[in-house]
Design a protein around this ligand. Structure first.
Ligand code: M6R
Length: 612
């Protein structure tokens, strides 16, 4: 949530900062701002605007900053404390205007700090928690900017990723991290910082990820990392392996559509080298688990939020079916408060596309505290959850920019399926069963490609239903998580009220809401649940609800009761959720497009939920 960017080098900072903000707009987009430090004598100029980065660009065009300033920081905001407004937009200034800060996270004790500073005569310009940091830094009498920042942070409780510039130290950016990601990099004689490394793609030659409690001092072309106690710290630098094209729209109208269409390739990258067709198993080196470790697992707890939670539910079904290991899912936000039972032979599987979701990270920490074996399934390489878990599986789906998660979901399902296969082959699956599993999972990219080929058909079906106010999604077995995910996709980007249910649950209450205006998206691919699903569909039809079916190609029974059928190729039910969800993504996308909604940046949402 919120994005931080910064640049110090031998060339103007503003173009870098603005383009970095554009790349991070998906992390928060209710206001944006920049602070440029330059001139002789050096001064700080800030520009801020409500709305997206284009509004900020217009503001900068109307009131240009010093074009020669070579040091700058920027921020794109997702409001927590204080409504979106110019005064609440970052950067925030110290009272004398010589220090500017941008902040991601939440300062828990800001009210107490603010009262104390106000009693000393400080006047605050915003309603934010963040502004106290600028005022605290200004209060310090320490000799260097880094030490002043360290001093200020010693009073702060909460989470932060911050970047600070001072007119008294032109060309320097001090950054710090506690609970909110910060990557620092160098390239072309410049140094740069971003809360999301994707913003540095094509610009930084190498990057380092700060750990909690780190403070880094950036000067042109170099940075050094220190602890909050001002002792040197070493953080490994690595090349930034993100293709700049992957963070551009590449001719698509929306990132979401681009990412939906990238799914065959994302799945290939996720599966590549990990499926062993001859042995009928999977190789997942990042788990660092030998057969005896796997054999000694007594249960699996999967934890995640949102779309990742639904992928996790799919994984729970697969762990039990194929590996025979008791598995359950825990909402990550509950995990540390509910005090769930975790033993040393529990594997906690944490799922997160971003690897930065605050509740999932807290669950990882709690599980580690309780001695569980913690495994992560993340997309963002080097993300906090991946690093803190220490073992896991990367999705290799490439950066996901659209707020609605798409390619991460299908790759999460693929990654969990591979884990279930590996665990299953170690414990109870035969070679023949394993080889059949590999064959089915390896077909996932082609299954998805077949659904994408039906994009126009799906758009036509969406057109018929684009004006709906409410919708239900129903499924059984592996299609139950798929139903939950389909409903989430529709509601988050089109603002249509949609509910996902296990098909059997409908008659325990929600069926009361069905009538001719409430369509039901029924997930009825072939498999053990198909016939029971058809019975549930008849119950909906009896209440006059229009039915949109996602069914196996050529299923004449389904065609006999609705013309709105999206076909997916035949495949085993545990794989079918992948093409089914892709059909749901396209349906949601077209409904939102036809309703004219801002698909990549739905209201109130941010890509990475780094606050509790
Ligand atoms: O980065 P994560 O996978 O941890 O994010 C979890 C949820 O915030 C995320 O899946 C959210 O529900 C998406 N907007 C859904 O499309």
């Amino acid at each position: 949530m919120c994005g931080i960017i910064g640049f110090t080098g031998g060339s103007p900072a503003l173009p870098f900062v603005l383009s970095g903000l554009r790349r991070m707009e998906y992390r928060g987009y209710d206001s944006a701002g920049v602070a440029l430090c330059g001139g002789s004598p050096a001064k700080i100029e800030i520009r801020r605007a409500v709305g997206n980065v284009s509004a900020l660009e217009a503001e900068v065009a109307a009131a240009p900053t010093d074009p020669a300033a070579t040091c700058g920081i920027g921020h794109t905001r997702w409001a927590t404390h204080g409504a979106p407004s110019v005064k609440n937009a970052h950067p925030h200034l110290s009272p004398d205007g010589r220090i500017a800060i941008v902040h991601n996270g939440i300062i828990d004790n800001y009210a107490e700090l603010r009262d104390r500073l106000a009693a000393q005569g400080h006047v605050f310009a915003s309603e934010t928690d963040s502004e106290v940091i600028a005022h605290l830094v200004a209060e310090s009498e320490a000799p260097t900017l880094a030490e002043r920042v360290m001093w200020a942070l010693s009073f702060v409780r909460g989470t932060y990723g911050i970047a600070v510039v001072s007119a008294d130290d032109p060309g320097m950016i001090v950054v710090a991290r506690k609970g909110s990601p910060i990557a620092v990099g160098t390239g072309g004689g410049a140094s740069m910082v971003a809360s999301d490394p994707a913003a540095l793609a094509g610009r930084a030659e190498s990057v380092a990820y700060l750990d909690d409690g780190d403070v880094a001092v950036l000067t042109p072309g170099a940075f050094e990392v220190r602890s909050l106690a001002n002792t040197p710290v070493s953080r490994p630098c690595s090349p930034l392996d993100i293709d700049p094209a992957s963070v551009e729209k590449g001719g698509y109208e929306h990132f979401m559509l681009k990412e939906i269409f990238e799914q065959p390739e994302a799945l290939r990258n996720c599966l590549r080298g990990r499926l062993l067709p001859d042995d009928g198993t999977a190789k997942l080196s990042g788990l660092r688990l030998g057969p005896r470790d796997i054999a000694s697992l007594s249960n699996i707890v999967v934890t995640a939020c949102g779309t990742s939670y639904y992928a996790g539910l799919h994984g729970v079904y697969a762990f039990e079916e194929f590996a025979g290991i008791p598995a359950r899912i825990e909402q990550a936000a509950e995990f540390r408060y509910r005090n769930p039972i975790v033993t040393p032979d529990t594997a906690l599987v944490s799922l997160s596309q971003s690897g930065e979701t605050a509740d999932t990270l807290a669950a990882v920490r709690e599980a580690k505290r309780k001695g569980a074996l913690v495994l992560s399934v993340c997309n963002a390489v080097g993300s906090t959850i991946a690093r803190e878990a220490g073992r896991g599986v990367y999705l290799h789906a490439g950066p996901e920019i659209g707020v609605a998660s798409t390619k991460a979901f299908v790759c999460q399902v693929a990654a969990l399926s591979m884990m279930a296969l590996l665990f299953g082959r170690t414990r109870r699956l035969s070679g023949t069963e394993g080889r059949a599993f590999v064959k089915a999972l390896a077909s996932a990219p082609d299954l998805v490609a077949a659904v994408l080929a039906r994009n126009d058909e799906i758009a036509r079906i969406a057109e018929k239903h684009a004006a709906v106010r409410d919708a239900f999604y129903i499924g059984r077995g592996y299609q139950h998580p798929a139903a939950l995910e389909g409903a989430l996709k529709l509601k988050e980007i089109s603002y249509v009220h949609a509910e996902g249910y296990h098909a059997a649950e409908l008659k325990h209450g929600p069926i009361a809401l069905l009538d001719e205006n409430v369509p039901v998206v029924a997930l009825v691919p072939q498999g053990p649940d198909r016939d029971k699903m058809l019975g549930n569909v008849q119950e909906c039809r009896a209440r006059k609800a229009p039915v949109i079916a996602i069914a196996t190609e050529g299923d004449a029974d389904v065609r006999s009761f609705t013309e709105d059928v999206i076909e997916v190729p035949p495949c085993p039910d545990f794989v079918a959720a992948i093409p089914v969800v892709v059909a749901e993504q396209l349906f949601a996308y077209h409904v939102a497009r036809l309703r004219g909604e801002p698909i990549d940046r739905p209201r109130n949402l941010a890509k990475s939920v780094t606050v509790e």
